[in-house]
Design a binder for this molecule. Structure first.
Ligand SMILES: [Cu+2]
Length: 353
């Protein structure tokens, strides 16, 4: 009896991987370009982020001693899965749900009435510090860090043969709403960022400090331009799409990695980058480009995946399928990849402008 019912469940899941129909586009919540939000809407988002810092954590303190508040719950969760969710087949599916969970926390726990905005990369690749997202004004996500190259590491290998320069900041965020934004964990030594790697034992330790930024426009001007994003959107299969968004070869970065490196500082730490609030508007844009690409030929593209469950897709690592299980630790229950492939079905009903 029991075996029988399990079998039925498995068969149903196999026969109908997607359940229910899509919500109507006109009913979907709209995620907007930060530059298209009114001043009041931007301030509401900024206030909601600060609200998460005043909201208690739900993660167990003994396992995550560096976690001090609800915002840190998201940081620690991201750190925990870093080695399988980047430069792999899971980048897009895992971060889609992570960003959605963050948006939901802002709404449910902090009364935020909007959707998560996105950082529209191509509009500001030459004038990042003058953009509404990063101009350092009270209605921005703050701007560059103070000029401080004292801790500058060697400039990482430059993507696609473009000469990258040292950034223009390097120190703590110098102005705007996130000038005093705390960081409570990390950064994590880059040597731990490897296929089949393990997290350092003290990775969740409390290391109070500031969030740093180090704008490096050379990255954005290479892989976040309108031409680059258009080329990505004009690909016709996920293998080619991911070559633009997030190639798993460790020496390339793609639009995703380039956005992280372009902002630099905390955002350049693949483990603890969500400590910079810019992480979420960046990943909203990553998800936007994927969503638009899927919707251009939805029937054929919804279920396209490529890559494995291990950083840099090493040979022999498990290939990601619609049935692959993903986890978000204490933030949510596990899900199969199939459950996150459509921004307008299941738990989701959102679209991008
Ligand atoms: Cu990430």
């Amino acid at each position: 009896m029991r075996l029988g019912s399990l079998l039925v469940t498995a068969l149903v899941a196999f026969a109908a991987p997607h359940s229910g129909s899509r919500c109507r586009s006109e009913d979907a919540a709209v995620r907007r370009d930060w530059g298209d939000l009114s001043a009041d809407q931007r301030i509401e988002f900024i206030d909601a982020l600060w609200c998460l810092r005043r909201t208690p954590s739900t993660l167990p303190h003994d396992q995550f001693p560096g976690v001090r508040d609800r915002y840190d719950d998201f940081v620690a969760t991201h750190i925990n899965y870093t080695l399988s969710i980047h430069s792999s087949g899971l980048l897009l599916p895992w971060h889609r749900h992570f960003t959605w969970l963050f948006e939901k926390a802002l709404q449910d726990e902090c009364g935020y009435t909007g959707s998560i905005p996105y950082w529209n990369w191509p509009l500001f690749t030459t004038n990042l510090s003058a953009s509404p997202v990063f101009d350092g004004s009270n209605t921005s996500l703050s701007g560059d860090g103070y000029l401080d190259h004292s801790n500058h590491k060697a400039v990482p290998a430059c993507p696609r043969n473009v000469a990258c320069r040292q950034g223009t900041g390097g120190g703590c965020i110098m102005a705007g709403p996130f000038q005093d934004w705390p960081k409570n964990m990390g950064p994590v030594d880059r040597k731990y960022y490897q296929s089949y790697g393990t997290l350092p034992p003290d990775v969740f330790a409390y290391t109070p400090g500031c969030v740093k930024r180090d704008f490096s426009l050379a990255y954005l001007q290479t892989q976040n331009t309108a031409a680059f994003v258009d080329a990505m959107l004009n690909t016709t299969n996920i293998v080619d799409f991911l070559q633009y968004m997030d190639p798993s070869e460790s020496y390339l970065s793609g639009a995703h990695g380039s956005g992280h490196r372009g902002l630099g500082g905390m955002m350049d730490d693949p483990f603890s980058s969500p400590q910079d609030p810019a992480f979420f508007v960046h990943h909203s844009m990553v998800d936007r480009v994927w969503t638009i690409w899927q919707d251009k030929d939805f029937v054929n593209r919804r279920d396209q995946l490529n890559g494995t469950t291990i950083l840099f897709d090493p040979p022999g690592s498990p290939v990601v399928t619609l049935d692959t299980a993903m986890e978000w630790g204490y933030l949510d229950g596990p899900k199969r990849v199939v459950e996150v492939m459509d921004s307008r079905s299941g738990e989701y009903c959102y679209r991008y402008e």
